[in-house]
Design a protein around this ligand. Structure first.
Ligand SMILES: C[S@@+](CC[C@H](N)C(=O)[O-])C[C@H]1O[C@@H](n2cnc3c(N)ncnc32)[C@H](O)[C@@H]1O
Length: 210
């Protein structure tokens, strides 16, 4: 999928992204969003440092704030200036929050480490999502957690109409089973909405197997 095309699409979509995604979430995303909220409630506290890959309009940071959860620092990365402009307009004058224009496939790893990494509805834009996931996983602090939500292939009678729609409108393709199997240290995995949505939790490498 061409990065230039993806970037162009978000230039157009940025202003209407929040209402669009609200609708998408109502249709297929309620369960994964519930899981995200539970994850945030369980793992965030005032000492947490958070990295978000493909933060978009900062919807997840809004969730964190609406749940009244505390954190020490949040860094949101995205390559779309228009999506970031919406994000910044929601959170100005907060020194614990930073948004940075950055292609997340081109981060000069290793950067600093984080307690929590979030990446929601982004992986479907990449040909090899496992490369990004495993590079990011290496940025987890000891005991850190990486939470992902992404689009996966549903039953054929849903895929038949959803695939062309998602590809045309959002340049998004389902993340394949083969790619998911390459993610390092996946400890939790749930699928919802006839497998349209999947969320996984990745642990840091030193986490003990239970
Ligand atoms: C569907 S939106 C998801 C936004 C947010 N995570 C959410 O859940 O609302 C996908 C986001 O990924 C960003 N994105 C896609 N490819 C990227 C890349 N290579 N580097 C940085 N951001 C990227 C887009 O600009 C867009 O903001």
């Amino acid at each position: 999928m061409s990065e230039a095309r993806i970037k162009r699409q978000y230039t157009i979509v940025a202003r209407v992204y929040d209402p669009l995604v609200k609708l998408w979430t109502k249709v297929v995303g309620t369960e994964v969003e519930k899981e995200l909220n539970n994850f945030l409630r369980e793992h965030l506290d005032e000492t947490s440092t958070i990295l978000e890959l493909g933060c978009g309009t900062a919807r997840n940071l809004e969730h964190i704030c609406s749940l009244n959860l505390k954190f020490k620092k949040y860094l949101g990365l995205d390559f779309s200036p228009q999506m970031l402009a919406v994000a910044r307009s929601k959170f100005s004058n907060n020194s614990a929050i930073e948004f940075k224009e950055q292609d997340i496939t081109l981060i000069d790893y290793p950067i600093e480490k984080f307690d929590i990494i979030l990446c929601t509805w982004v992986l479907s834009h990449f040909e090899s999502p496992s490369v990004l996931v495993n590079k990011a996983q290496a940025l987890l602090e000891h005991g850190g957690r990486f939470f992902l939500i992404f689009f996966t292939k549903p039953k054929w009678y849903i895929n038949f109409w959803l695939y062309p729609l998602a590809t045309y409108l959002f340049s998004a393709v389902p993340v394949s089973e083969k790619e998911i199997r390459k993610f390092n240290n996946v400890r939790v995995r749930h699928s919802h909405a006839s497998n349209i949505t999947t969320c996984v939790e990745v642990y840091d490498n030193e986490a003990q197997r239970t």
